[in-house]
Every structure is written in structure tokens, then in C-alpha cells.
Design a binder for this molecule. Structure first.
Ligand code: SF4
Length: 338
């Protein structure tokens, strides 16, 4: 085979999720060039960028409409100058999670389940994220600390479910993920593993054959809660992966956050929930945004969100209406609003 033929074949090869992950867009100017936007028309906050850098994977950016500052996907990742606003009641750790953090990487907040921060990073930085100030470095367990976490879970027979969160738990390699699932499956009292992830949306290539095999192999019941806020985030590469996960017996749920100017209208939420259901993903939660420092511009009032849910109830079957909830600091469960 000639060198030219080899290089043609290589350039036709689909990118792996690891290659996409190692080539995230982190420079706002580059993002604007790709989206054909003029930086002078919407400045960004250098302070916000330093605190929580821009991170956007190309498959997600490709779904953003060019030349549109109001694109609902762009608004979720753009480090707007509004992040510099210091609003009353918007704080660094709105959920006071440190209180429930007995071992690095483990949060025991809910009755019957614990949360493990399986990966110290995400593939995307969602500007409204309640963990944007979270100290992931201090919560990246070493092997010894993982053993401590497994011992903690095994010692409490009331714990039946482990929630893998992050960061994004699918940001770790298949090998690490497999190891983690095996360790959890060895704890006899566990019945379920729940994976909270945005990766199938932002880099659908992450759903590899190896990952599916690993999910199939475990004795634990697997629930995957994806995080999609807008219909435009779903293209066929994403929905094909939903189909694959559903065929593998994974229970698929979605949680969204209601965000000002992104999805705070009934049409957007109806479209989203119908599109998810076509691929066997049920709407689970619609979260009120947490009052995190730098995110006031995403905030919607309870009154507005409650009115949205009422419209959804009038327009959709009950099983397509998510539960509107908020997390209140110090409370062990979510508080249902509507
Ligand atoms: S993927 Fe989830 S944890 Fe990561 S930045 Fe987005 S909302 Fe936060």
C-alpha cells in the first residue's frame, strides 16, 4: 500500500472519544471563529475563564448554529461577562456538600445510596454547574482511598445503590471503569449502579463496544441518567447511542436544568422530552438551577418554573413530565417544587 493510500485511510478513520477529549476547544477566540461570531459584540469574562475554563468538545460545538449569539447550546458554555456579577445568595458551595464528604470522593447524603466522584473532570464545562467551584483535586481518590470508600459502603448494609458522578464518571478509561464496576459488584448488598453523565450527549463516541460489554457483564442493575437540556443537543449520533444503551438493558433517564434563555419555555421542554422518549429515555428531573456564584444570569423563579410544569402537564402524558426539584443545603433529598 502506498503512503498516500495509508494517509487517506487514516484520515477517513472516525475519531475516538479519547482523541476528541484531548482536543477540546478551550480558547474563546477559536470558538468564535468556528461559529463565525464577532468577539466585540459579546465580551467574555477573563476572571470567569480563569476560575472555570472554557471546555467544549467539537461534536457539541458542531450542533451550535453559526452566527447566533442566542443559540441555546452556546449560552450553556460561553463564559459571559455576566459571570462577574456578585448577586446576593449566590455562593461557592450552595449545597454545602463538604458536610457530607466523610472520605475523599464519597458523598453520603441520601438514605440508601452514596455518590462517588469517579472522575475529577468533565468533557465540557457547563457554566451553570453547581460544582464549578468544587475541589476535584481534593476529591480524586487514590487506590487506597478507593479501598476505603468500598469498605465504607460494604460496612453499611442500608446502602443499595451507588451513584457514579463527577466530574463525569465516563471520562475515565474503559479499563478503570471496568475495575470500578467489578469492585462495586463484589459488594453483596449493592443492587444498582447509577451513572450520571453528560458524555453520551457531548461526545457520543464515548459509548464504545467495550463500555457496553462492561455494562452487560456486571450483575448490578445499571441506570444511566444523561444530562440534556435542549432538543438541539440531540443529533443522530447521540440518539443512535441511546438506542444501543437501551438494547443493552440500561434504564435510561434524563435530567435537565431549567435555564433562563436556554430552555425556560414550554415548547423547548416539550420538544426535548418527546425527542428523548423516541429513543427510550424518560424525563426524570427538571432541576431548578442552584444558586452558584457567577450563575445568576441563568436563574429562573419558582413561579415561572411551576407555570412551565403546568403547561407540560396539559400538553404531555404524565410520564413525559419531569419532576421539578431543587436541592436545598443540608437536606438529604431533593425538594419537589411541582
Ligand atoms: S457535565 Fe455536569 S458536572 Fe460537568 S460541568 Fe456540566 S453540569 Fe457540571
Amino acid at each position: 500500500m502506498t503512503n498516500q493510500a495509508v494517509s487517506l485511510i487514516q484520515s477517513d478513520r472516525a475519531e475516538t472519544w479519547q482523541e476528541i477529549l484531548s482536543d477540546l476547544i478551550t480558547d474563546p477566540q477559536k470558538l468564535l471563529r468556528l461559529l463565525e461570531l464577532n468577539p466585540d459584540t459579546c465580551p467574555y469574562s477573563l476572571e470567569a475563564l480563569a476560575q472555570f475554563p472554557l471546555k467544549a468538545p467539537r461534536p457539541f460545538v458542531e450542533r451550535i448554529e453559526k452566527s447566533n449569539w442566542n443559540d441555546p447550546l452556546l449560552l450553556q458554555i460561553w463564559p459571559s461577562e455576566f459571570e462577574d456579577n456578585q448577586a446576593d445568595g449566590f455562593v461557592v458551595d450552595p449545597l454545602n456538600e463538604e458536610e457530607f464528604n466523610p472520605i475523599p470522593g464519597l458523598l453520603h447524603k441520601y438514605q440508601g445510596r452514596v455518590l462517588l466522584t469517579a472522575a475529577p473532570h468533565c468533557a465540557i464545562h457547563c457554566r451553570y454547574c453547581f460544582r464549578r467551584h468544587f475541589d476535584y483535586r481534593a476529591n480524586s481518590p487514590s487506590r487506597a482511598q478507593w479501598e476505603e470508600a468500598f469498605a465504607y459502603i460494604a460496612a453499611d448494609s442500608s446502602i443499595e445503590e451507588v451513584i457514579l458522578s463527577g466530574g463525569d464518571p465516563l471520562a475515565i478509561s474503559d479499563k478503570q471503569f471496568h475495575w470500578l464496576l467489578q469492585q462495586l459488584a463484589n459488594i453483596k448488598t449493592l443492587t444498582t449502579v447509577r451513572i450520571h453523565t453528560r458524555l453520551p450527549i457531548v461526545i457520543p463516541q464515548r459509548i464504545t463496544r467495550e463500555l457496553i460489554d462492561c455494562l452487560n457483564e456486571t450483575r448490578l442493575r445499571v441506570v444511566m441518567v444523561v444530562h440534556c437540556n435542549h432538543r438541539q443537543e440531540l443529533d443522530s449520533t447521540v440518539t443512535d447511542k441511546f438506542d444501543t444503551l437501551g438494547e443493552a438493558g440500561v434504564t435510561m433517564l434524563n435530567q435537565a436544568v431549567v435555564l433562563k434563555d436556554v430552555n425556560d419555555n414550554a415548547d423547548a421542554l416539550i420538544d426535548l422530552n418527546k425527542a428523548l422518549f423516541k429513543h427510550n429515555v424518560l424525563p426524570y428531573y427538571l432541576h431548578m438551577p442552584d444558586q452558584v456564584a457567577g450563575t445568576e444570569h441563568f436563574y429562573v423563579t419558582d413561579q415561572h418554573a411551576t407555570a412551565l410544569i403546568k403547561t407540560l402537564h396539559a400538553s404531555l402524558p404524565g410520564y413525559l413530565v419531569p419532576r421539578l426539584v431543587r436541592e436545598n443545603p443540608g437536606e438529604r433529598g431533593k425538594t419537589r417544587i411541582a
